[in-house]
Ligand binder design. Structure first.
Ligand SMILES: [Fe+2]
Ligand SMILES: [Fe+2]
Length: 180
C-alpha cells in the first residue's frame, strides 16, 4: 500500500464520525438540548483520532518529508493551507470543550455555541479531506521514490503503535493530578 493509503482509510472513518455528528445535530435542532457525554465522545474522537493520530502522521511524517523536497509553489501553498486547517480544527475543538463545560454546568445558553462548533467541524472537514484525497496526496506522491514511500508506511505503523499507549498514559497522568 502507498503511504497515502492508510491516511485515506482514516479519512473514511473520520467521515463516518462526521455523519454521526451531523445526524445528532439534526435531531438536537428540534430539542435544543444535547448530551454532553456525546460531545465528550466526539471531542475524544477528534482530538485523539483525527488530530493526534491522523494529522500527526500527516504533519510529523508526510509534511516533514515533503519539506525536504523542492515543492512547487502550488503544492507548498496547499500544504500550508492544510496545516492552517488542522490548527483551525484544534481551535474549534478547544472552543467546543469550553462551551460543553459551561453547558454541563447548567448554562443552557451554551447549547448554541456547542452546536455551532460541531456544525463548523462537520462543515469544514469534508473539504479538507477532499483536498487531500483528490489534490494534495496524488501531487505529493510524485516527490517520493518507491523506497521513500515505503519508509513512510513503516513509520506510520510505528507512529500508530505508540498512540494507544500515549492516550492512556495521558489519561492516567490527568487522573493522578486531578484534585491535587
Ligand atoms: Fe489533514
Ligand atoms: Fe487527512
Amino acid at each position: 500500500m502507498q503511504a497515502r493509503g492508510p491516511l485515506m482509510i482514516e479519512h473514511r472513518l473520520i467521515e463516518r464520525m462526521l455523519g454521526v455528528v451531523q445526524r445528532t445535530l439534526d435531531s438536537v435542532a428540534v430539542s435544543h438540548s444535547i448530551d454532553p457525554y456525546f460531545v465528550d465522545t466526539a471531542v475524544d474522537f477528534v482530538r485523539v483520532y483525527a488530530d493526534r493520530t491522523h494529522h500527526g502522521k500527516e504533519e510529523d511524517i508526510l509534511f516533514r518529508d515533503l519539506r525536504g523536497k523542492d515543492l512547487s509553489a502550488q503544492d507548498l501553498r496547499i500544504m500550508n493551507e492544510l496545516i492552517e486547517e488542522h490548527i483551525f480544527g484544534r481551535t474549534t475543538t478547544g472552543t467546543l470543550v469550553q462551551a460543553n463545560e459551561r453547558y454541563r454546568r447548567g448554562d443552557v445558553s451554551a447549547f448554541v455555541e456547542v452546536a455551532a462548533c460541531l456544525r463548523t467541524l462537520v462543515g469544514f472537514y469534508p473539504n479538507h479531506i477532499r483536498k487531500e484525497d483528490e489534490v494534495f496526496f496524488p501531487a505529493s506522491r510524485l516527490y517520493f521514490s518507491e523506497e521513500e514511500d515505503r519508509a513512510m508506511v513503516a513509520e506510520f505503523g510505528e507512529f500508530d503503535r505508540k498512540m494507544i499507549h500515549e492516550k492512556y498514559t495521558t489519561l492516567v497522568r490527568r487522573l493522578e493530578t486531578q484534585g491535587d
